[in-house]
Design a protein around this ligand. Structure first.
Ligand code: ADE
Length: 232
């Protein structure tokens, strides 16, 4: 089944962007996922097709009008159970578990904002999940939507060469990844850890686990704490 993405945006030409390349690009060609953009501008008012206005109460920037967004949503929103996701730094911080949940569904409908955001009343009328991809502010939702899509598309069946590499990696285990090495075994003064050349698969697995645990404890105490919590 095709994982279906719709995007409501002022900049349809930003899509599929980098998702037209590599694994995601091939998967798009192979129709493992589909992408449809909807130009918010088409629902704008007047000669300039305006979609935004100044904020009540004053302040900098412009706000996307709820009535215009609503008309666009009503005309283009999915008729199936796909979630409607609004990308915003105010949203819930995206986790790999959310990505897994989205990827295992039918797809998603993304609303990309620009300017100062959208009139809050849109969230009163529609069921919209607000999602942030990190604690920093982008100039718009489009790059965030692309990143969320990328994280989902790589999990779709048949998209990654080896299915195992999607599973055995950072965050799905709750740990950061162990370090990787390839040829040459000796490069300048730097040798590959001896154990990886031993052929002892049990010992290699233990070494990797220990490396992953050490990296997580040192670099991400927050992940380490919840990893330990989950093991209890
Ligand atoms: N739009 C602007 N900044 C964002 C962020 N950090 N996450 C999601 N959408 C955004």
């Amino acid at each position: 089944m095709t994982w279906q993405v719709d995007v409501l945006t002022l900049f349809p030409e930003m899509f599929p962007g980098f998702l037209g390349y590599s694994l995601a690009g091939r998967a798009l060609e192979d129709q493992r996922w589909s992408l449809k953009t909807h130009a918010l501008r088409e629902f704008g008012l007047g000669r300039h097709k305006a979609v935004d206005d100044t904020p009540f109460g004053g302040g900098a920037g412009m706000v996307i009008r709820a009535d215009i967004l609503d008309t666009a949503l009503e005309a283009t929103k999915p008729e199936d159970d796909r979630p409607i996701i609004y990308l915003s730094p105010k949203g819930r911080l995206l986790q790999q578990a959310d990505v897994v949940r989205y990827a295992s569904g039918q797809g998603a409908y993304f609303i990309c904002g620009r300017y100062e955001g959208v009139d809050e009343r849109i969230f009163q009328k529609h069921t919209i999940e607000e999602v942030s991809i990190g604690d920093y502010v982008l100039s718009g939702g489009e790059p965030a939507a692309l990143i969320l899509m990328d994280a989902c598309v790589r999990l779709l069946p048949g998209v990654m060469g080896s299915d195992q590499s999607g599973v055995e990696e950072s965050f799905s285990s709750g740990l950061l990844e162990y370090p990787h090495y390839t040829k040459p075994a000796q490069w300048d003064d730097y040798a590959v850890p001896e154990i990886l050349l031993s052929g002892n698969h049990g010992a290699i697995a233990s070494w990797r686990k220990e490396q992953a645990e050490n990296a997580t404890r040192q670099r991400r105490p927050d992940l380490w704490e919840s990893y330990q919590g989950n093991r209890k």
